[in-house]
Design a binder for this molecule. Structure first.
Ligand SMILES: Nc1ncnc2c1ncn2[C@@H]1O[C@H](COP(=O)(O)OP(=O)(O)O)[C@@H](O)[C@H]1O
Ligand SMILES: [Mg+2]
Length: 299
């Protein structure tokens, strides 16, 4: 048992990396070209941007890309009601405090303080889901670019420190509100939606290792994805992420099937029929809605 545990620790040590790099090329066409350029311009001007869009449209990827391209370290937090200011800022290690008091060495920095000190990029995912208390704790770092870290003193952010927020569109069900004081301090609202067909197909291809499907197969997959967005009864339609997943499966296992349609028909329900409620219509299930879409596209 002890040997197994030691083996694990060795593997853990080997798995620790400095920075996670983006693995696939980023498509910077159409809305992404505009969004990327706005994002960079806002950060260069010291203005806090917020990327707004439904899940899977590329908000995180754009933020990461800007961090990579501007050689900033990358720190992120996914907000919900349980995230406390100390999760962002950091806290003092009680054992070390007993030994040496509250000082630099007993302080465990959180991602926000790290980004401020390193001049990195801090991404606040779904900032609107943070509690008001937590949202308020961000005002000084955003506005004054400092944080009063009691009892160490005032932590001043490096020049290149940048802050990016992301959130789902406010009309999405279950979306919380950003506090008015924060809304006022976010100076650049960058909206992303589902990309055009051409852009989305390129995104799918770039994210599918050894992509080799015929155009017809990719077209059918896209038609299904698009139909889920037009259906209005699906609470969460298929995102570019879903298109990528379905394409990866069909691309890799198409040989198992007698035709491309058979492959798509096999994988599509599992990828597209997410576990969630159907809006409005009595007696409809997600599985039924998705089944109708698949039949229509493959007919
Ligand atoms: N412009 C793009 N170029 C390449 N891949 C993209 C692009 N936009 C989205 N993707 C891919 O789609 C998936 C979802 O993107 P992500 O940034 O995680 O979305 P979000 O943060 O909006 O939920 C990822 O696999 C990402 O690589
Ligand atoms: Mg994201």
């Amino acid at each position: 048992m002890a040997e197994k545990e030691q083996g694990f620790r060795k593997m853990l040590e080997k798995s620790i990396v400095e920075n996670i790099r983006i693995e696939h090329p980023v498509v910077l066409k159409g809305q992404y070209e505009t969004a990327y350029s706005l994002l960079k311009d806002a950060l260069d001007t010291g203005i806090t941007p917020c990327l707004v869009g439904p899940p899977g449209v590329g908000k995180s990827l754009l933020a990461r890309k800007v961090a990579e391209d501007t050689a900033r370290s990358f720190h992120e937090v996914f907000f919900d009601e349980n995230v406390t200011p100390s999760r962002l800022i950091g806290s003092f290690d009680p054992a070390l405090v007993v030994r040496s008091g509250r000082n630099i060495s007993s302080f465990e920095p959180g991602p926000l303080i790290r980004a401020m000190v390193e001049g990195g990029l801090f991404v606040a995912h779904e900032l609107n889901r943070a509690t008001e208390f937590c949202q308020n704790s961000l005002i000084a770092p955003l506005e004054e670019r400092h944080y009063h870290l009691f009892p160490l003193g005032m932590v001043k952010a490096q020049e290149s420190f940048a802050f990016v927020a992301t959130q789902n569109p406010i009309e999405t069900s279950g979306t919380y509100r950003l506090s008015k004081v924060l809304v006022d301090r976010i100076g650049c609202w960058i909206r992303l939606t589902y990309p055009t067909k051409e852009t989305e197909l390129e995104i799918i291809r770039e994210n599918t290792p050894a992509f080799s499907l015929p155009v017809s197969a990719l077209d059918k997959i896209y038609e299904m994805v698009k139909a889920t967005r037009e259906s209005h009864v699906l609470e969460i339609p298929a995102s570019p992420r879903s298109g990528i997943y379905l394409t990866r499966l069909v691309n890799k296992y198409i040989e198992r099937f007698e035709s491309e349609d058979a492959a798509i028909k096999f994988f599509a329900p599992a990828v597209l029929a997410k576990e969630m409620k159907v809006r409005g219509e009595e007696g409809k299930t997600v599985a039924k809605v998705v089944d109708e879409i698949i039949k229509k596209v493959l007919s």
